[in-house]
Design a protein around this ligand. Sequence first.
Ligand SMILES: *[C@@H]1O[C@H](CO)[C@@H](O)[C@H](O)[C@H]1NC(C)=O
Ligand SMILES: *[C@@H]1O[C@H](CO)[C@@H](O)[C@H](O)[C@H]1NC(C)=O
Ligand SMILES: *[C@@H]1O[C@H](CO)[C@@H](O)[C@H](O)[C@H]1NC(C)=O
Length: 552
Amino acid sequence: MINSENVIIILTALILCFSISILSEREPIPFQMQLDRWEVLLPSIGISAMHMQLLHNGMVIMFDRTDFGISNLSLPGGMCRFDPSDTAVKFDCSAHSVLYDVVSNTYRALKVQTDTWCSSGSVLPNGTLVQTGGYNDGERAARMFTPCGYSETCDWIEFPQYLAQRRWYATNQILPDGRIIVVGGRRQFNFEIFPRPDSHGYRGSRFDFLRETTDGSSENNLYPFLYLLPDGNLFVFANTRSIVFDYKRNRIVREFPEIPDGDPRNYPSSGSSILFPLDESKNIMEAEIMVCGGAPKDAFPRAKSQQGFTRATSTCGRLRLTSPNPIWEMETMPLPRVMGDMLLLPTGDIIIVNGAGAGTAGWENARDPVTRPVIYHPFDHRFSIMSTSSCPRMYHSSAVLLPDGRVLVGGSNPHIYYNFTNVEYPTELSLEAYSPPYLSFTSDSIRPHILTNDKVISYKRLFNVHFSIPQFLTIDLLSVRIVAPSFTTHSFAMNQRMVILKLLSVTHEDLTNSYKLDVLGPSTAEIAPPGYYMIFLVHAGIPSSGFWVQIE
Ligand SMILES: *[C@@H]1O[C@H](CO)[C@@H](O)[C@H](O)[C@H]1NC(C)=O
Ligand SMILES: *[C@@H]1O[C@H](CO)[C@@H](O)[C@H](O)[C@H]1NC(C)=O
Ligand SMILES: *[C@@H]1O[C@H](CO)[C@@H](O)[C@H](O)[C@H]1NC(C)=O
């Protein structure tokens, strides 16, 4: 479909992402008043943000892969790497990972030495990131990154032969006991636990469901969607099928109906997925998931053999896992999308950002960048189309929620090299932030501000949050939520979860004209595994900024 709007989007995309201005101002405004906003934070961070993890000191660790060729950032200390097994350049003095400081909007190069391509990660309860796998010399690596101050020199620590199996395109989930489960990966029909159990010769445990859901060479079940459920089991979605899996006994507890319409939803037919907020303020704990977008079965072989780019999937499916007879409730997105990123916003709405309207994941396999995010409102099942970013975010792009409520967006590199010219979608080194409408100043009169909060929260224990607000409407419109920061890559935000906590009382404190909240910590480690979370107050649909709490 060629209309003036598309032409403008294409033109804008052709210009470098950070020179937005004039053209985008001529685009139609999706609301009567444009409340949301895109901004380019940095035109280049020197690498492409293929993987991102927000840490509890407000910094975001980002990395791509070590065998992409030479990035636009030097390794710290004039270091170089000689790697005879590298597929692009054997001698490389460039960095492939950075640490980005949100507040000062600056970054520094980090030193990762083994290949992190298409890997996975989780943050331990103590705040250290554990990243697992990759490719080539990195396929069995476990790596750790412990956050430190920006001016300090903390860096990656690598254990190149740690994992029981090769993990390339695996998914991780933090468990209630603080261990991590690493599931699947290319040609890996098994899972393993980090830290590795003591047993000599640990090989992990077999997981036939992944073998059953592989579409031959197209696969379509990599980076499975994985959630820890309130009952302690795991939800696993791969290709078109999904199960409740008891990983302790290696047993499928329940299988759900296949998602209707038969389109695969996992890599390379990359759709995305979220677990809706777990709500402790209700009497029964429910769990519901949603899967959106993807690509039809033929999309990958067609793109690979240069027969064309199949239109992406426009459907989403919602599945209430805790209902006695779960059935998929289908929704239609206003824009078809493959390689989108679904994130929970503090309000409980869902943003779907990045990706393409045709093709699949993989080198040069997609076209028609979808530069408009949509926001899905779960209660009335409504999608809103939001403002346009000027920057296509194709294969290898990512997004994470920031404590201030913005969404950090980066990456896009659909080539083996850092090609900045002569390719359809050049390698993208910029970072952008998207501010949803709730950040508009027009809502400032009803926006809560957290003044102080208990920094450590225990299960089932009372804790306090103090806040101020220009105009407090009613307690019925106020809620307290915690959000676990995700490890985002390849359209899936691993470990992302939101828990709405039980709010017991609000007390007005006259002296300071502020309010004190009595809130109950999460009930169990299955609902909220131990670790660092951002705590937000939401009042009449408007969130505060998030502050860090540690659950133990
Ligand atoms: C990357 O570095 C090269 C060489 O210094 C430069 O020509 C190019 O403009 C840079 N590209 C980006 C996107 O920063
Ligand atoms: C967290 O635990 C891991 C594993 O025991 C350890 O290597 C790391 O140093 C710890 N991090 C902190 C911040 O204590
Ligand atoms: C991409 O970059 C690599 C390495 O710099 C180069 O060999 C290749 O020809 C480039 N591709 C295009 C289409 O320019």
